[in-house]
Write a protein that binds this ligand. Structure first.
Ligand code: GYE
Length: 404
């Protein structure tokens, strides 16, 4: 079982401009407060008891100020705005580095249409924070109604967000987070629990190794391919592995390098690692699917095999995102476990905007629920901090039924 040891964190504040007694009626959200842990609380979920609220019983501001955890369900339908006038939304997207990113852009473009009452200004930052800052400034000068920012990195946002605040334009942060001292600089963040994704991946590896008597005690050589440094997805997933390596004597971290969430770089980094460590590599912990595709190419061209039979020299690949190709590779056994990170957040954002338009109150930080996929049948669930999470067994039908 994976246990976290993150120290207690900050207090949630609500943006004064959105304080109201109204509850989030527009969003069919389920709010889960805390996780019932005995270890020190995680800053992202700092209540001690496990309480479930439906949208209609969402607590009001005083009670919600203790950093609640709102879990949005990704099956939610988008909502159209019918305020009469169109709402202009400026969206600063990071780039087009991965399948995940393309799906996220497509989702935004599908939801924020003029038919749904929106005028979407889409800006692609081509992986450069300076372009995102420029886009925010342009959105401000265009006097948009909302700014949506998917931030490349966590740091470096203070002044541009302050400018948006001064212009009284609410900023909704999606996917990755921003680290700012004054949380009033943005209205709401909606995204994934990247640390939990990493913990689930490590818990899966732990369960898998324990289920194989030939592997349980032997040394396991791990190489780690990180995503863009200082991106929340990298920070959470990396920290999970670092802590898990520390907690397992026989997990040996051979090397760690950034592959920027990109296939070509993933391949390049993996080629170097194969050169350095060869058959000592038993596990590749790869922070997204596109880098995993690159890892697979590198293994293949080195004559190595991806798979779960570590004792026979196969290299077990752990990946994140669960994009279509990633799931195909998981079904065929090339990727052992793929932990979902869902890019289809646009419908939720439309509900967030609706809630803000209605003067409803939202917790500052909102996670959504995610899955984990494998085709190794023995592992049906994993436990993180005392909470069990299902591992979904893959099938062609399941892959076909997914949107990305
Ligand atoms: O995992 C990766 C993408 O921020 C969650 O960014 C996102 C990550 C995702 O490029 O594929």
């Amino acid at each position: 079982m994976i246990r976290r040891k993150t120290p207690a964190g900050r207090t949630a504040l609500f943006p004064a401009m959105y304080r109201s007694a109204a509850v989030l009626a527009a969003a069919a959200a389920v709010l889960v407060s805390g996780c019932g842990r005995s270890s020190p609380p995680d800053p992202r979920k700092n209540a001690d008891t496990q309480t479930e609220y439906t949208a209609s019983s969402l607590p009001e501001s005083e009670e919600t100020e203790g950093r609640p955890r709102t879990e949005f369900h990704l099956t939610e339908e988008p909502v159209a705005i019918n305020t009469g006038d169109q709402l202009t939304i400026g969206f600063s997207q990071i780039g087009a580095e991965s399948d995940w990113r393309l799906a996220s852009s497509a989702s935004m473009e599908q939801v924020f249409t003029s038919d749904n009452g929106y005028n979407l200004i889409f800006s692609n930052a081509q992986q450069k924070q300076e372009n995102q800052i420029k886009a925010i400034r342009e959105f401000i000068s265009q006097d948009v109604d909302y700014i949506i920012l998917d931030p490349l990195t966590e740091t470096g946002w203070e002044s541009s967000l302050q400018e948006a605040k001064d212009a009284q334009i609410p900023v909704i942060i999606v996917d990755r987070e921003v680290k700012v001292e004054d949380e009033d600089l943005y209205a709401v963040w909606v995204g994934s629990d990247f640390r939990l994704e990493g913990d689930r991946a490590c818990a899966w590896l732990e369960e898998y190794l324990a289920s194989r008597p030939d592997l349980a005690k032997r040394e396991i050589g791990i190489v780690h391919l990180q995503g863009t440094l200082d991106a929340s997805a990298q920070i959470g997933r990396s920290k999970a592995l670092e802590d898990a390596v520390e907690a397992h004597e026989n997990w040996k971290l051979l090397d760690v390098e950034c592959g920027d969430f990109v296939q070509a770089k993933g391949r390049e980094v993996m080629e170097k690692m194969i050169e350095r460590y060869g058959s000592d590599i038993n596990v590749v912990y790869c922070e997204n699917d596109n880098m995993a595709y690159g890892v697979l190419e590198a293994l293949e061209s080195a004559g190595m095999t991806a798979g779960n039979d570590i004792a026979a020299g196969e290299v077990l690949i752990i990946s994140f995102d669960a994009a279509r190709q990633g799931l195909e590779d998981t079904l065929s056994g090339k990727i052992a476990v793929d932990t979902e990170c869902n890019p289809l957040y646009a419908p939720i954002i439309s509900r967030v905007i609706m809630a803000l338009e209605q003067g409803s109150e939202l917790p500052r930080r909102n996670y959504y629920e995610e899955k984990q996929f494998s085709s190794i049948e023995e592992i049906r669930e994993v436990t993180v901090d005392g909470k069990a999470y299902d591992v979904t067994q893959l099938s062609e039908d399941l892959i076909r039924s997914r949107e990305y």
